[in-house]
Design a protein around this ligand. Sequence first.
Ligand code: HEC
Length: 173
Amino acid sequence: MEINKIFVAIVATVIIVVGIGKISDLLYKTEQPDQVAYKVDAPEGSDEIKKTSESTVDLSGLMALADLSHGQAVFKKCKSCHSIKKGGKNNIGPALYDVMTRNSGGLTNYKYSKALISHAKKWTFEELNGFLLKPKTWIPNNKMGFIGLKNDKDRASVILYLNQNSDNPRPLP
Ligand code: HEC
């Protein structure tokens, strides 16, 4: 008799536990699609906002951090792929003298990716800032094998260095 009661108690417990599991499974499954859709949307949206606010809000603040000789030092990271001197040759990447006076993919003697050519925007401070921060996000599918410059001063300084290596440096924003 006692054993029977214990057995029944165990079976009842198992049924309840399994039952709760099933119910929460059902709840979880019905909620999941909404959550996933939301999660996918949110980072994209906020990235978009970041992109515009970074570029429109504080370019002059960014360029105020720039230092030419620091830019020259940072450019060492680019040197394995890019020349910078006037008349410099294309390498793994295109020659960068005067880059800020041309459009992305603007050299006729360098074989760019389709992505860079179809981007077709002038290399302004804004464009270079976005591209050098995260090359792969700014121009998806471009073939520059470089992770980007997260540090604001590094990025600003190398942009200044690119701008100065030109026949016609642009006025700073
Ligand atoms: C591993 C090699 C590599 C490194 C390192 C590298 N790049 Fe590039 N870069 C490339 C390649 C390749 C392209 C052409 C991309 C394409 O066609 O999609 C490119 C394109 C560019 C362009 C576009 C030029 C144009 O004519 O439109 C700029 C600007 C640029 N790089 C700047 C830099 C800077 C600044 C650095 C350093 C902070 C750097 N790159 C580091 C390989 C590199």
